[in-house]
Design a protein around this ligand. Structure first.
Ligand SMILES: Cc1cc2nc3c(=O)[nH]c(=O)nc-3n(C[C@H](O)[C@H](O)[C@H](O)COP(=O)(O)O)c2cc1C
Length: 160
């Protein structure tokens, strides 16, 4: 595998911390991984350069991405399908069930990656305010997939 791309969108650091920890775990296993802050990156073609995309995104406002990540999400939603060619991806959203648009940004990211031709490796995870257990479980599932060295092939087979 050439590169696992972890993308995150965060306002107050929760999603950033989850993404950074995931990055460290994958690095510890000598996997080729890159961490990308969507607040600093508007160009969606970066997704085409990866072999696998892991998204960790929080939701703000009334179901919107973190402020500085809005341009990336707008570009992703407005672009013609990129044709990611079945690229495996997984999305974990952080949110709060107290809001009507619970984890909407994770849902948007999943919908857009599907529209652009990606294939989910795992079911999307929508996390409430106490998310440590779900994050750990998600990370363990990913590590198991990567350690099997079949993550790319599995992307086509996982049922939704
Ligand atoms: C003003 C405000 C608006 C929010 N809006 C939503 C929302 O619409 N949907 C949701 O699921 N969570 C919402 N949240 C909860 C955040 O997504 C949650 O606290 C998350 O852990 C923040 O992660 P971050 O630090 O990475 O940005 C909101 C929180 C605040 C303070």
């Amino acid at each position: 595998m050439k590169e696992i791309l972890i993308v995150f969108a965060s306002m107050t650091g929760n999603a950033e911390d989850v993404a950074a920890e995931l990055h460290d775990h994958l690095c510890d296993r000598s996997l080729p991984v890159r961490l990308l802050d969507l607040s600093l990156h508007e160009d969606i073609t970066v997704l085409e350069e990866a072999d696998c995309i892991l998204g960790v995104v929080s939701t703000w406002g009334d179901g919107e991405p973190p402020d500085d990540a809005v341009p990336f999400f707008d570009n992703l939603s407005q672009a013609e399908p990129m044709g990611l060619g079945g690229m495996p991806f997984a999305v974990l959203g952080l949110g709060d069930t107290g809001y009507d648009q619970f984890c909407e940004c994770g849902k948007i990211l999943e919908r857009e990656l599907l529209r652009h031709g990606g294939k989910p490796m795992l079911p999307r995870v929508d996390c409430d305010v106490w998310y440590e257990d779900e994050v750990e479980s998600w990370r363990d599932q990913l590590l198991a997939l990567f350690s099997s060295r079949q993550a790319v092939a599995l992307g086509a087979d996982v049922e939704r």
